[in-house]
Ligand binder design. Structure first.
Ligand SMILES: [Cu+2]
Length: 282
């Protein structure tokens, strides 16, 4: 992400910028390093105003991470309007879930919750990478490598962010499915987090497209009410967006970059449960 900083503070000080990870998963390890950068005004013999590593919120404080990221805006003006699609041709809703699978007796005992093993999926499909890559299979017309029926909305509907979820939603299907977009269509994708197994903030990364983050919220996305609150004036343009824990985020882009593009959670372990929490845009 590129950001602009206005250098308009009293110059006789140093200013420190501190950052550390936000991790909303319970019991999962992460890098808890604090990183610090200094902003120093040229030509001043400075003193450090605030100590380096000034108090940062706890690593798991979702409210603090949310308050921070919701301030992001694009630099939009009359001379520099941004190209966020105002009208949508293709509406997509993707649920993202961590799942649990039963273990068979010929496997070593599984150490996951409930004696099961982890999986992950998008719209209840855990992506399986075929042995032949998608593009080669397409150009060489090799049948049976992939399907083109990735669901445009979840086929299994439930109260995604409810406290208690029925056990039948724990599992996931597997598939090598792609979703085919019309060239130059304006696309909206709502990424809906779920509490299947456990809710988490999933940083979803798109290859091939930069997108505008036009809306987000906690709970389930409401297609009747939530679009009224979208920011179509100066939404930030990103390639990775954190889907709020037990919430949703809406993004828009124009499908003007033909190719086979991997969309996936950037928590690598989620993207590696088979290929897990990912899908393919065509
Ligand atoms: Cu994830």
């Amino acid at each position: 992400m590129d950001i602009l900083l206005e250098a308009n503070q009293p110059p006789a000080h140093h200013y420190s910028m501190d950052m550390h990870s936000y991790s909303s998963a319970f019991g999962a390890g992460f890098d808890n390093t604090t990183a610090t950068g200094l902003v120093i005004y040229h030509g001043f013999k400075n003193v450090l105003e605030s100590p380096i590593g000034r108090r940062l919120p706890p690593h798991n404080r979702t409210e603090a991470a949310t308050e921070f990221t919701k301030q992001f805006r694009s630099l939009a003006s009359k001379d520099n309007p941004i190209k966020v699609p105002k009208k949508v041709d293709t509406n997509l809703l993707f649920t993202i879930s961590v799942n649990l699978l039963n273990c068979t007796s010929d496997e070593p005992p599984c150490k996951g919750p409930l004696g099961k093993r982890f999986a992950a999926g998008v719209n209840n499909i855990s992506l399986v990478l075929p042995n032949t890559d998608f593009l080669s299979a397409y150009y060489k017309k090799i049948p049976g490598v992939f399907e083109m029926n990735f669901p445009r909305k979840p086929e299994r509907k439930f109260n995604y962010t409810a406290d208690k979820l029925p056990e039948y939603v724990l599992g996931t299907d597997f598939g090598s499915e792609v979703l085919v977009l019309e060239y130059n269509a304006s696309v909206e994708v709502v990424l809906q987090g779920t509490r299947v197994v456990v809710g988490d903030n999933h940083p979803v990364h798109f290859h091939g497209y930069s997108f505008y983050v036009v809306g987000w919220g906690f709970g389930n996305f409401d297609p009747k009410k939530d679009p009224d609150k979208y920011n179509l004036v100066d939404p930030p343009q990103e390639t990775t967006v954190g889907v709020p824990k037990n919430g949703w985020v809406a993004i828009r882009f124009r499908a003007d970059n033909p190719g086979v593009w991997f969309v996936h959670c950037h928590l690598e372990r989620h993207a590696s449960w088979r290929m897990g929490m990912g899908m393919v845009l065509w």
